[in-house]
Ligand binder design. Structure first.
Ligand code: SAH
Ligand code: SF4
Length: 355
């Protein structure tokens, strides 16, 4: 019988399975705080329990397959799953850095880790490499959380260092909502990775009914909507899912979504040359977002082999941003991190498979 991935269990689930139940907390601390790699290292567990765990469970669902380091500090991981499939994640060190008295860099003060929720994706957006490669399977909750755990270990990021999680790697998180919900719980658990839900952002292509379901789960996470277009005709061309869930249905679902009073709803807008980079679209976007505490994140389309679209001109993106800002909509431009290392989702996997 194959062993079960112990990382797939929330602490509550584990406390039902392992008795006495306080053992679940101990096991959690060994895995998520002390970063051990084997049950044998869990010194405060009795021998027979350790043997039992060893016989029935494993805690290493992922293996690092390749790492690409970018000159801007971001690092892209390709992980090998137990069944031979691969997914990718990215570590993005944020700007603020700390220096010691000698001026030596001690550490970056903040990290964002971008994780995958599925192998491939069913949604099939025409600009996205992951979408083009089709859907293979959902990741389990342990395969999702393990991406963060492995990256923290590999970079010696202390367990108490603050990290942000974004579900913006491969896959559509709301198409795997049950496992994503469990992953959020494991991330948030004070005995687990201890990452506040307010530091976790779920990005979705806009499955309106699932947005509603996620809202009802009241996880306290932040939501990002991949909008990319302001009219249904263009959005359908970019994202076929728009036929099932049009812009109006997304905006309605967003308005009902519980957002922390201090936070905003994020809208991602992939800017593509000559398609959606004009001021007319910016105007329409301002109208669409009326009444929503929104923040828009403009993303430069990153061309890949065989893509029909082009990277926009910087001047047009800046003009788009300027229009939004002047009309009271907070708008940032996503830094094109890791452009030299196959930046957008699905691209590292693609280059590796072609080798
Ligand atoms: N499926 C979810 C989350 C993962 S997609 C969603 O679509 O929101 C991850 C992000 O990568 C999305 O914001 C998407 O717009 C972006 N992306 C995909 N292909 C890209 C490309 N070629 N250039 C730039 N960003 C891209
Ligand atoms: Fe899937 Fe997101 Fe890529 Fe669309 S952009 S195909 S939803 S991963």
């Amino acid at each position: 019988m194959s062993k079960i991935n112990i990382l797939d269990y929330t602490k509550e689930e584990l406390s039902y399975i392992i008795k006495p139940s306080f053992r679940a907390k101990q096991i959690y601390e060994w895995i998520y705080k002390k970063y051990v790699n084997s049950f044998d290292e869990m010194k405060n567990l009795p021998n027979n329990l350790r043997d039992d765990l060893e016989k029935n469970y494993h805690m290493n669902p992922l293996k690092i397959s390749t790492i690409e380091q970018s000159s801007d500090g971001s690092k892209k991981y390709l992980f090998l799953l137990k069944d031979g499939k691969t997914v990718e994640s990215v570590l993005l060190p944020m700007k603020k850095e700390a220096y010691d008295d000698m001026g030596k860099l001690i550490h970056h003060t903040r990290f964002t880790i971008c994780i995958s929720s599925q192998v491939g994706c069913k949604i099939g957006c025409s600009f996205c490499l992951t979408g083009k490669s089709g859907f293979l399977r959902n990741l389990t909750s342990g395969e999702i959380t393990s991406q963060v755990l492995m990256i923290k270990k590999d970079n010696d990021i202390a367990e108490n260092r603050r990290v942000n999680i974004v579900f913006m790697g491969m896959g559509e998180p709301l198409d795997n909502i049950e496992n994503v919900q469990k992953a959020v719980k494991i991330f948030s658990d004070p005995f687990g990775l201890s990452i506040s839900p307010r530091r976790q952002t779920i990005s979705t292509s806009g499955l309106s009914t699932q947005i509603k379901k996620l809202g009802n789960m009241n996880l306290g996470i932040l939501l990002a909507i991949s909008l990319h277009a302001v009219d249904d005709v263009l959005r359908e061309k970019l994202m076929p899912i728009n036929r099932a869930y049009n812009i109006e249905s997304i905006i309605k679902a967003v308005k009902e979504f519980p957002v922390d009073a201090r936070k905003k709803m994020m809208f991602e807008y992939l800017v593509i040359k000559d398609l959606n980079d004009n001021i007319k679209s910016a105007k329409k976007l301002v109208k669409l977002l009326d009444g929503i505490k929104a923040k828009v994140n403009l993303i430069f389309f990153n061309p890949h082999e065989g893509s029909d679209y082009q990277r926009p001109i910087v001047k047009d993106v800046l003009a788009f941003q300027d229009y939004l800002l002047k009309h009271g909509v907070i708008c940032t431009i996503r830094e094109s991190k890791g452009l030299d290392i196959s930046a957008a989702c699905g691209q590292l996997k693609d280059t590796q498979e072609k080798k």
